[in-house]
Design a protein around this ligand. Structure first.
Ligand SMILES: [Zn+2]
Ligand SMILES: [Zn+2]
Length: 245
């Protein structure tokens, strides 16, 4: 596939059903380092879109969201690979520690400059006018600021907001305490965890890992890669704590 052939919106994203009323969406043509997950939770009264990918191709049209139903877009944290399409949704929520950053989406917080500088950032052009230098993330000020312990309700599910700093200051997870579904953002996933970015904090990350070891969950829907179970999550957390830092 030539890098100059523009993608069609319909084939920019891949998706799979990963749980009851939960779809995982990702961007296969984005460099693996930045290839993140977007989750759509179809609730009884409210749909959730958890994270927004790179924003290189409009996301909302491919989600087929019911027109009259409210949508809440949850940002697990401010990084470029999770907030690109956030501005497509009116109701946006994220953690207090990073709330101000959504208003201007400055590179120093989104780290978009790392994507621009990445050789082969995309394997094919997302649109006819694509150039890494022109890549910008649209501002998407938050409608609601989240704190530890807040609840996000869909009508048939309740998600508790967990503040999980370390990877970034305002990283959050969402836990359904009834069925153990856990949306982890970049707090934990299968693969190399990143704790050396601007805004990262190793000591805070260690505390987050200790906390994750205590959480009873069924399945973790992570910011990158495939969903993992509790045993795998705990072994990743233990490995992080055991590594010399
Ligand atoms: Zn991140
Ligand atoms: Zn990420």
């Amino acid at each position: 596939m030539s890098a100059t052939a523009p993608a069609q919106a319909s084939d920019w994203f891949s998706h799979e059903i990963v749980g009851q009323d939960i779809t995982r969406i990702w961007e296969p043509h984005v460099h693996p380092y930045f290839r993140s997950n977007i989750f759509n939770v179809r609730g009884r009264d409210v749909d959730l879109v958890i994270d927004g990918g790179m924003g290189l191709v409009p996301l909302r049209p491919v989600l087929n969201l019911p027109r009259a139903k409210p949508v809440v877009a949850v940002a697990t944290h401010i990084h470029v690979d999770h907030v690109g399409a956030l501005s497509e949704f009116e109701t946006r929520v994220g953690h207090r520690e990073e709330a101000a950053f959504f208003e201007d989406m400055a590179d120093e917080h989104t780290l978009a400059h790392l994507f621009r500088a990445q050789p082969e950032a995309v394997g094919r052009s997302p649109n006819g006018a694509w150039s890494p230098q022109r890549f910008r993330i649209r501002p998407a000020a938050l409608a609601r600021i989240l704190d530890e312990g807040d609840m996000i309700e869909t009508g048939d599910r309740s998600y508790r907001v967990l503040h999980l700093p370390g990877h970034s200051r305002g990283s959050i997870g969402l836990l359904d305490e009834r069925n153990g579904d856990f949306f982890a953002g970049d707090a934990i996933y299968r693969g190399q965890l990143i704790d050396d970015l601007q805004g990262s904090d190793v000591q805070a990350y260690r505390k987050t890992m200790q906390r994750l070891l205590q959480i009873e969950l069924n399945r973790a829907y992570c910011g990158h890669g495939e969903p993992i179970g509790q045993n795998e999550l705990r072994s990743i957390a233990r490995a992080y704590l055991d590594s010399a830092r």
